[in-house]
Design a protein around this ligand. Structure first.
Ligand code: DON
Length: 560
């Protein structure tokens, strides 16, 4: 059954030169609905909500709260993100629930008296936290577009927090790896490290304080987080660890409904997120540059050269122009115009690969966490949601008595314009810190439409690498005709203009291609996994759903 569908959808198949054994596996298929997330229990929660009569938004909100319990490195109620919703009616919106700078934040708050950045000030501890947006964002999504109501969709998360769930190998390892940072803060040390008795795989992890917070939100809605005892607990934690967030900051926070950014690529319609994420702008700019080029075979030198040059231009523009468009003037229309792309394409075709550029931060791309999930329901509604605490376990600070971690999203601002951040991203004036402003993101939850019908739902974590992961999975599906699991599994590469390095995943690229890239002048570095794409593809003919959880991580697709 599945094979005939796949044959219909994906012929003609191109010759794939990489030797990944994953190609012998098949994507998960589902007739009705599907959830792909980076944590299996949360995916199951989402599908149970769908089976219970919930729509894709109900399921997405349930998954968001469940991940805050089962995937604490990135799932969160103390962070923020972007939810891209498209209803079967064709209405599409982005809920921007990105964190906001506290009112007392200021342009040079992370710069010391010597004029240099204060080490770790924007990445560890309460001062690195922006005003969290997740609870307001998820509650708004549920209220406007869900069917079941907040109490129902939070219930599984309350249960998982109160009764516990078995710790996976990955969670056990990541708590150990980030142990030093978590150990600096009392509640984090007690809850996530059990005061040094690390959780082993299979042990049950209960989070009583978090269960109480989630119950309060279930009862009072977003107000239960942004006012009353939970808000007071956040402020008390800020005072203890010298952070800036106040009760008025929390009371003032609001998610913003934005129009999705729309691009076109070879007859497909691309919907993605506008500023304060750079993701949609960069993705559409790169797709526009690549549109008429003959990309040939996905891991050939020619294809990679064109893609890398498109990446370099998009990231150079990101550094120069992008920030929160409610505070700075951001030339979105120009950057995503076809005329601009055609000028850049001419430059690429007439210049040598990789013109020399000053190096950035060698620390870029080290371990960090965000999480993306994709949901599709039986009625044709879809959600692509990416949210994060920024670094794995965010700032490391857990709100005392409330049991959840706070983000370190302030690091996504240009703490000192021109100096690289955690991801080695150099950013400019448009992304300087200001009160209430939202830091520039790279999160890129994306939908692709074919003939007006939903074809792809995807996104990924990975800091500055995110839009390149989304670009590659999208091209793998739409241009190279891979099925969704092949597309997600295929080896990835990344260039962000500065530092001037072309990062290739260590496994999967042929030695010949790597050599040609080096000979052409690219500074090639081989590294571990890039991203964790959780994607769903819909067969335009049969409307069957096919999903892939990225084999680079521990995620799972559940369909029914
Ligand atoms: O918003 C952003 O672009 C970053 N805070 C995302 C961080 C991230 O993806 C870390 N993940 N692996």
């Amino acid at each position: 059954m599945y094979f005939s569908l796949r044959t219909k959808l994906f012929l003609p198949l191109v010759a794939l030169t990489s030797a990944l054994s994953v190609y012998s596996f098949t994507p998960v298929a589902g007739r009705h609905g599907m959830v792909a997330s980076s944590e299996p229990i949360a995916s199951q929660v989402g599908v149970e909500v769908l089976r219970d009569g919930g729509n894709a938004v109900d399921a997405a909100v349930a998954v968001g709260f469940a991940l805050a319990v089962t995937h604490p490195a990135a799932g969160n109620i103390g962070g923020g993100g972007f939810m891209l919703i498209r209803l079967a009616s064709g209405e599409a919106v982005v809920i921007d629930y990105r964190e906001a700078a506290p009112f007392a934040a200021s342009r040079n708050m992370y710069v010391g008296s010597d004029g240099e950045l204060i080490p770790h000030a924007s990445t560890v501890g309460a001062l690195s936290a922006g005003v969290p947006g997740t609870v307001a964002g998820l509650a708004l999504a549920e209220e406007k577009y869900g069917k079941l109501g907040l109490a129902r969709v939070i219930a599984p998360a309350v249960h998982l927090a109160r009764d516990g769930f078995p710790v996976s190998y990955g969670l056990s390892e990541s708590l150990r790896q980030d142990g030093d940072r978590l150990a600096k803060f009392d509640a984090s040390r007690r809850i996530f490290l059990r005061d040094g008795r690390f959780y082993e795989p299979g042990e049950v992890f209960q989070q009583t304080e978090l269960a109480g917070t989630l119950e309060t939100i279930a009862r009072r809605g977003a107000k239960g987080f942004y006012s009353g005892p939970v808000a007071q607990a956040i402020v008390a934690t800020m005072q203890k660890y010298h952070g800036l967030i106040t009760e008025p900051d929390l009371a003032r926070y609001h998610p913003i409904i934005r129009q999705p950014l729309v691009g076109h690529f070879r007859g497909y319609e691309i919907l993605s997120v506008p500023p304060p994420s750079s993701g949609g702008v960069a993705l559409i700019e790169m797709l526009n540059i690549l549109e008429p080029l003959d990309l040939g075979v996905p891991d050939s030198y020619v294809c990679m050269h064109y893609m890398v040059e498109a990446m370099r231009h998009a990231y150079a523009d990101r550094a120069a122009y992008l920030g929160d468009a409610d505070f700075a003037s951001v030339p979105v229309a120009r950057l995503t115009s076809e005329a601009y792309a055609s000028k850049l394409r001419e430059e690429i075709l007439h210049s040598k690969p990789d013109a020399p550029i000053a190096a950035g931060n060698p620390q870029a791309f080290e371990s960090s966490q965000t999480t993306h999930y994709s949901v599709v329901d039986d009625g044709g509604n879809a959600v692509a949601n990416t949210y994060t605490l920024n670094n794995g376990y965010g700032s490391g600070v857990t709100v005392e008595g409330a049991g959840f971690l706070l983000n370190d999203e302030m690091d996504d601002f240009a703490a000192k314009p021109g100096k690289p951040n955690l991801y080695g991203l150099v950013q400019g004036e448009a992304n300087a810190i200001a009160p209430d402003k939202r830091p520039l993101s790279s999160m890129t939850p994306t939908l692709v439409l074919q003939d007006g019908k939903l074809r792809l739902v995807l996104g990924s974590p990975g800091g500055g690498t995110i839009m390149n992961t989304v670009l590659q999975v999208l091209l793998n599906c739409l241009v190279f005709r891979m099925d969704i699991l092949q597309a997600v599994s295929f080896p990835r590469f990344h260039h962000q203009w500065m530092p001037d390095r072309l990062i290739l995943e260590r496994v999967g690229f042929s030695a010949d291609t790597v050599q040609k890239l080096r000979e052409a002048g690219y500074q090639v570095d081989l590294r571990g996994a890039l991203g964790d794409c959780e994607a769903i593809e819909i067969d335009p003919h049969s409307e069957w759903k096919f999903g892939a959880a990225d084999p680079r991580a521990e995620g799972k697709v559940v369909g029914y």
